[in-house]
Design a protein around this ligand. Structure first.
Ligand code: WT7
Length: 652
């Protein structure tokens, strides 16, 4: 039987064999879910272990809503002792494989029983540090097994984890620790990145200043020399010795907070998205089961860092809830050689691979020579996430990695949605380059124009999610109900969730997500806000005002470019753009982190503004994309645009 996908016109479908073996392979699932979305999710929730069953499946008090109200659950009980596959059966199965960045270092593996014991020990250590149910715990760790262990340990005792991406700056860490008033921080001495040791503890020390953190647990990873503050900092290795390998799971209310994860929005301040214990568990488990088709023999690898939502859901909770074996990798996929990622797939016989378009474009850039002799034949399913994937990257991925035999699940979702919400299911299809696919069963999306009318096939509009939404949708913005209301529930009223994405549908109902309609940028799949960068750049004393926009980039999708207006005296000093560039680069790196690297700086006389003084970033952006500038009737200083065009031209 051919393993190749079946092509019908511009659509691809899974091969007969794939379809036959897939966990979900009947189209009728969509019909069933549509009949009653609430019943559909309830049926799924029943497959999980609950200490106590819910009283109501869905309660809606716009803009708030609840799922499984009154239910009692713990996500870790569902991973371990009460796993639906039976703990006895999975005990000796490998749960987690860790591949370190240095090629000669040994990998580490944990069976479900080993991971369980380690999570319990860590949970007990947290308790000893005084952490109680409802307390916030910061996690500032690289991709090492202890990152997974600490998240699960928090969940075990009902503490709320706040993971901060390890490459974020101390300032970014501090803001998150302050906002959540975290008591404890879990961090490491250092980690390997592109052959160098990053001194993470130093950043953590800096980030803990002016926060309420009283204790820090430090994991030894890089063996680099670090300063330990007496009474505050403790080595995990020392703490571990005295901890028992059992800790009772805390009984959590379905609507208790499981975690808070910060993400960029339209303003300078990041938003703490809040996830609930019950709904998130259901969403994480079943999106994984349906979309990645986790089977007993699979080896799943998601390249996402735990610092992002993809890492929370698919590099931690979802594979474990499904009793799968999965892999995490410490380093950069192109280190020490550009084919490292391919070597890892081969070494561990990875069967399901999930990564971002920016990585795929990078892989493709190096040409096929670097893949010579590497066997991808274990792969059976491949996925993409984080930004729109262009047709050439899709085709390269499909042909060169998937060998035309792996369904490509282009998965659309957001930090706010907790799990994947749009993608065609691998055992059903259809798959079409550039189109992320069909809404997940049990979810209802619409594409609306600015006046709220539904768009016709092919017509571009705003992507919205309708009630009952989904169990994993955020429950709020931490300590900021106004922002929650304004960002998600004001464009079309309190009953329609606004995604901030533009999209359209084709005649098959497949959705193509075009990009953001707000001031959020996707740089190499990472979410950054123009406001956040502008805030930090504006702190430089000689800058009068600035505007950051996403400029198209072949590999990263978008990269930040800055337009600056200098203060009078600075102009007189005739600073070199090169110096300004360096200084800005340093500033954003310090305040946000290296992912916010600025690509270009343009010093201009004036920024295009509306009569009321708002900067028209849309115009600046379109100067690069070549799109028509659009309606200029609100532009107050039309001559600025011509001058900016000249500055851009000069810099080429
Ligand atoms: C934004 C959310 C949750 C996954 C990681 C990103 C864009 C995400 C796709 C896709 C086109 C996509 C959207 C979305 N996006 N996946 N498959 N096709 N665009 O999470 O950082 O919260 O970003 O990423 O613009 O709104 P995030």
């Amino acid at each position: 039987m051919s393993k190749k996908l079946i092509k019908k016109k511009d659509l691809y479908f899974p091969s007969k064999e794939f379809k036959k073996n897939a966990l979900i392979n009947k189209k009728s699932i969509y019909k069933e879910a549509e009949k009653s979305q609430i019943k559909f999710w309830e049926k799924l929730a029943k497959e999980l272990f609950w200490f106590k069953k819910w009283k109501k499946v869905f309660v809606h008090k716009p803009p708030y809503f609840q799922w499984f109200t009154g239910g009692k659950i713990n996500i870790t009980s569902n991973i371990f002792e009460n796993n639906s596959k039976g703990f006895e059966k999975i005990k000796n199965k490998v749960a987690l494989i860790w591949e370190p960045e240095p090629v000669n270092e040994q990998s580490r593996t944990f069976t479900y029983a080993e991971l369980y014991a380690e999570v319990n020990r860590f949970a007990n250590a947290l308790k000893k540090m005084g952490v109680k149910k409802g307390d916030k715990v910061g996690i500032y760790l690289p991709m090492i097994p202890e990152a997974i262990v600490s998240m699960l340990a928090c969940a075990r005792i009902g503490a709320i984890h706040v993971v901060v991406f390890s490459a974020f700056s101390p300032t970014a860490l501090r803001v998150r620790l302050q906002d959540t008033e975290a008591k404890v921080l879990i961090t490491a001495d250092g980690y390997n990145r592109r052959g160098k040791v990053v001194d993470l503890k130093k950043n953590a020390d800096e980030g803990m200043k002016d926060t309420k953190v009283k204790k820090a647990i430090v994991i030894k990873r890089a063996e680099n020399k670090v300063r330990m503050k007496k009474g505050r900092d403790f080595w995990w290795n020392d703490l571990k010795k005295d901890q028992s390998d059992f800790c009772k799971a805390e009984i959590m209310d379905a609507e208790d907070i499981l975690f808070i994860l910060y993400t960029s929005g339209s303003t300078g301040k990041p938003k703490g998205t809040v996830q609930a214990c019950g709904g998130y568990t259901v969403q994480a488990k079943f999106t994984g089961k349906y979309i990645f088709d986790f089977q007993n023999s699979d080896i799943f690898w998601s390249t996402a860092d735990v610092g992002w939502i993809t890492g929370h859901t698919y590099s931690c909770y979802s594979p474990l809830l499904n009793a799968a074996t999965y892999l995490i990798f410490e380093g950069a996929p192109g280190w020490p050689k550009p084919n490292r990622w391919a070597k890892i797939i081969e070494k561990y016989k990875v069967t399901i691979f999930y990564t971002a378009p920016t990585a795929i474009r990078m892989f493709a850039k190096f040409g096929l020579d670097i893949l010579k002799g590497i066997r991808f034949n274990t792969l059976r399913l491949i996925g993409s996430v984080g930004e729109p994937i262009d047709e050439s990257a899709w085709m390269w991925y499909f042909e060169k990695v998937g060998k035309q035999s792996c369904p490509v699940v282009d998965t659309w979702w957001q930090t706010e949605t907790g799990g994947i919400l749009i993608t065609s299911l691998p055992g059903i299809g259809p798959f079409k380059p550039c189109f992320t696919g069909l809404p997940f069963p049990g979810t209802k999306f619409k594409i609306l124009n600015d006046r709220g009318r539904e768009c016709k096939t092919g017509e571009r509009g705003n992507l919205v999610l309708l009630p009952p939404f989904t169990p994993g949708l955020l429950r709020g913005v931490y300590k900021n109900p106004k922002r929650y209301l304004k960002t998600y529930w004001s464009q079309y009223g309190k009953k329609i969730y606004f995604t901030s994405d533009a999209a359209y549908k084709d005649k098959n109902g497949l959705i193509r997500v075009v990009g953001r309609v707000d001031d959020v940028m996707k740089v190499a799949g990472h979410r950054l806000s123009t406001g956040e960068m502008e805030d930090s750049i504006s702190k430089i004393d000689y800058i009068n005002e600035c505007a950051v926009i996403g400029m198209p980039d072949q590999i990263k999708g978008e990269v930040p470019a800055v337009f600056l207006v200098l203060k009078k005296n600075a102009v007189e000093k005739k600073r070199f753009t090169e110096d300004i560039y360096k200084e800005i680069q340093l500033k954003v790196r310090k305040e946000i982190g290296p992912i916010a690297g600025i690509k270009k700086v343009f010093v201009v006389e004036d920024l295009p503004k509306t009569r009321s003084g708002k900067i028209m970033r849309r115009i600046l952006k379109r100067l690069f994309t070549g799109e028509p500038l659009g309606d200029l009737s609100t532009l107050a200083n039309a001559d600025s645009v011509q001058k900016i065009k000249e500055v851009i031209k000069l810099s080429d």
